[in-house]
Design a protein around this ligand. Structure first.
Ligand code: PEP
Ligand code: MN
Length: 336
């Protein structure tokens, strides 16, 4: 059960609501976000919700039986809209495109990528400065120095930055240099990290874990929301299955399911999803046609020289061609 509280609720009214919930035999957790105040109440007993709904300070009350509650669509009528400022938004019915290299490599690379994004009217650049790599001997990213250049060049050009945060200790230092924190597949259930990201006022994109279920992804989002941050984006990036013909199995089934279950925007990552450059485009188009609110893509001027994930990275020309098809697919889908 979710109780939405009025923003100007007084202490006495809150205490009354809490004692009523306790009487009924429910356990209440208070959640206060950038946007509102909530009580998430867990219990089994059937009761007349009007007996709480009528109390002073209650805006609305909803039964939500799922394990995840605040991220559920069952209580929130309007889907979540992520406003990044300067007219850049991620929301249901929109087409948010994030593109850039797997890893940030140099200022020259950032500048070239920014120019390519601007030429294609793409307003969000991706790029890792802390890289989770299967081998400890692979390139692990340029760290904070790389992030500072990345953010500065993007800001000068009106481009927003999304980059991966790998651990709790990076959350604060990165804060002023990101527009969206990315939680990688390997950290999808790093609950300490999710708790920490719940305490910041910046959007968080959470990727589905390598073997994470849809329900687990939603519960990861619930961690962030219940710690105070409503600005969340979900990302399907492929899961590990028995199939070896491609890097991951991009589970596009997850898109309509997530959209039905949650009010959060859903983004598809076809680059990691299939892991093969020439097939990124068809999977990106498929993602749009099944209702994704956007895409996150790997792009590099010379993918064969990329420090990481070159095999699944589009070159500038491939990117340009793909973007024009993606926009057509988006219009087609919108007008179905
Ligand atoms: C990435 O975006 O480069 C990345 C490491 O993604 P994932 O966490 O999905 O593997
Ligand atoms: Mn990558």
């Amino acid at each position: 059960m979710i109780i939405q509280l009025s923003t100007d609720i007084d202490k006495g009214s809150l205490e009354l609501i809490l004692s009523r919930i306790q009487e009924i035999g429910y356990k209440a957790t208070e959640v206060s976000t950038q946007i509102g105040g909530y009580l998430v109440c867990i219990g089994k007993k059937d009761f007349d919700i009007r007996s709480v709904g009528n109390l002073k300070g209650v805006v609305d009350i909803h039964r939500v039986s799922d394990d995840y509650k605040l991220v559920s669509r069952k209580w929130k009528v309007n889907p979540t809209k992520i406003d990044l400022g300067d007219g850049v938004e991620i929301s249901e019915g929109g087409l948010a495109i994030m593109a850039g290299p797997c890893s940030i490599e140099s200022e020259e690379q950032i500048e070239k990528t920014v120019r390519q994004l601007l030429a294609n009217d793409v307003r969000i650049m991706r790029g890792g400065v802390y890289k989770p790599r299967s081998s400890p001997y692979s390139f692990r990213g340029l760290g904070m120095d790389g992030l500072k250049s990345f953010y500065r060049i993007c800001k000068e050009n009106g481009i927003k930055v999304i980059t991966e945060v790998m651990q709790v200790s990076q959350v604060d230092p990165m804060h002023d240099y990101v527009d969206i924190y990315q939680v990688g597949a390997r950290n999808s259930q790093n609950f300490n990290l999710l708790d920490a990201l719940g305490k910041v006022d910046k959007p968080v994109l959470i990727k589905r874990g390598l073997s994470g279920t849809i329900d687990e992804l939603l519960q990861s989002a619930e961690y962030v929301f219940s710690n105070g941050n409503e600005k969340l984006i979900l990302c399907e990036r492929g899961i590990r299955t028995y199939e070896k013909a491609y890097r991951n199995t991009l589970d596009l089934n997850a898109v309509p399911i997530l959209k039905e279950k949650s009010h959060l925007p859903v983004i598809v990552d076809p680059s990691h999803g299939i892991g093969i450059r020439k097939f990124v485009e068809p999977m990106a188009l498929a993602g749009i046609m099944c209702g994704a609110d956007g895409l996150i893509l790997e792009m590099h001027e010379t993918p064969e020289k990329a420090f990481s994930d070159g095999q699944q990275t589009l070159d500038f020309n491939e990117f340009e061609q793909m973007i024009s098809k993606v926009r057509k697919a988006f219009e087609l889908h919108k007008n179905f």
